[in-house]
Design a protein around this ligand. Sequence first.
Ligand code: GH3
Ligand code: MG
Ligand code: MG
Ligand code: MG
Ligand code: MG
Length: 328
Amino acid sequence: MSPPASANAFPQFLHEPFSVLLVEDQASVRATLAGELRHVGVSEVLEAASADAALQLFKLRRPDLVLLDIRLPGGNDGYWVAQRMREAEPGGWTPIIFLSGLDGDLDVWRGIEAGGDDYLVKPVKPIVLAAKLRAMRRLRDMRRRLVELTEELHVANQHLNEMVEMDPLTGLVNRRGFDRILHSEILAARRDGVPLTLMLCDLDHFKRYNDTLGHVQGDACLKEVGRVLHDVCMRPRDVASRYGGEEFALILPNTPRSGAMTFARALGKLLKSRAIAHPGSPNGETLTLSGGITTCVPDDGTSAETMLMRADEALYAAKAQGRDRFFS
Ligand code: GH3
Ligand code: MG
Ligand code: MG
Ligand code: MG
Ligand code: MG
C-alpha cells in the first residue's frame, strides 16, 4: 500500500475486521483516540478507563491489539495490566502498544519488560499510530503462520514416526519397531515380574509358493498372513511384526509358556480357517507356518538377543520335524 498523501488523507488501515482495546482513563483523550482509530480503519474500538475494566474486556472480547495507558486510577497501572494480559493468553499473543504521557527511558524499559511490544509517547500523530498498528498486525500474521506451520510439522512428524516403524506391505510393525518394542517389553517384564513370550513364525515352503503362483500373489499372501497375525493378537499390548521377508515375530507380554501354546494353537487354527491355497506345498494344498517360541521369566536376565536365538532354534526344530507346528 502506498503512503498517504498527507496526514489527513489516510489509506484505509485494514480491509478486514480489526479490533483495538483502547485503555485510557482521560475521557477527552480517549474520545479523540477512538475517533482517530476509526478514521484509520479500525473496525471496532473497545474502550476501558481502568485496569480492571481493561482486563475484563480483554478476556471477554479478545481484541486484535491493545493500546495501553500507564497511569490509571486505582492501585493498578498499565504495566500491571500488560502482565495480567500476557498471563491470560498462554501460548497466544495479542500485540500490546503502550501509549503514555510518561516519556522517561525507564518507562519505556518497564513497558517492554511488562510484556509490551512497542511504546509510544502522547501525543501521537494519527499517521504514526496507524503505521504502528500495521506493523503489529504484520507481526501477528507472521506469528499465526508460524503457529500453523509448527502444527503441520508436528502432524507430519507423527506420521513419519509411524512410517519409520511400519512395514508398508502388511501394515504390521517392521523390524525396527520390533527391536524397540522387544527391548522395552523385556524391561517391563523384569519390572513387573511377569513372563514375556517371543514367537518367530516362518511360512512353510514359501519359495515354492512364489515359484508356483508368482511374486505378486506371494505378496498378496504375505498381506493375508499379516491380517491373520493382526487378528489373532487380542490383547492391546500383543505385537505382530514383519521380522523379515516371510518371517513374522510376535511379542506377547505377560504370557507364560502355557499361554503361548494356547496362542499358537489359536494362530494355527485361524490360519487354517482362512485356507490360503498353496498348490505347490508338499504339506497339503493350503499354506501353513512353523513357529519357534521362547518365554523368559522375570529375573532370569534374558536379553533380546538370547530370546531371538532361542526362538530361532525352536523354529529350526519345528521345520526339521516336518513344519506346520510350533516348538518351544
Ligand atoms: P521353509 O518351509 O523351510 O521356510 O521353506 P521356504 O521356501 O519358505 O524357505 P525360506 O524361508 O528360506 O524362503 C523364503 C522365501 O520367501 C524366499 C522368497 O522367495 C520368499 N520371500 C521373502 N520375502 C518375500 C516378499 O517380500 N515377497 C514375496 N513374494 N516373497 C518373499
Ligand atoms: Mg492515564
Ligand atoms: Mg505483545
Ligand atoms: Mg524364511
Ligand atoms: Mg519359509
